[in-house]
Design a protein. Structure first.
Length: 119
């Protein structure tokens, strides 16, 4: 089992920046990738950004050029730097640790951290 724990959410004005952090504990060697998802009120979960152990990244089109995901493998920590924030970025952001085994992907979710972009 892996337990991600997020921190760094809060209230920010449009155009501002926030940095989310996620520290994973548990069976660390089983983590293959780490992701940030978000869920806005009344909407489904959306993959925001992902990063593998070799540093390959993937972003949702809506955040490309504004958000940056990074990872410190030695600290089992992943970050999401969010710049030029918009009201539509308001959501609960979840850190997810992925483990690949037998052709399946297992995802371990954190509790989430609220990000609110409002003036």
């Amino acid at each position: 089992q892996v337990q991600p724990v997020e921190s760094g959410g809060g209230l920010v004005q449009p155009g501002g920046s926030l940095r989310l952090s996620c520290a994973a504990s548990g069976s660390i060697r089983s983590i293959n990738a780490m992701d940030w998802y978000r869920q806005a009120p009344g909407k489904q979960h959306e993959l925001v950004a992902a990063i593998t152990t070799d540093g390959s990244t993937n972003y949702a089109d809506s955040v490309k050029g504004r958000f940056t995901i990074s990872r410190v493998n030695a600290k089992n920590t992943v970050y999401l730097q969010m710049n030029s924030l918009k009201p539509e970025d308001t959501a609960v952001y979840y850190c997810v640790a992925e483990h690949y085994s037998g052709g399946q992907t297992f995802r371990f979710w954190g509790q989430g951290t609220q990000v609110t972009v409002s003036s």
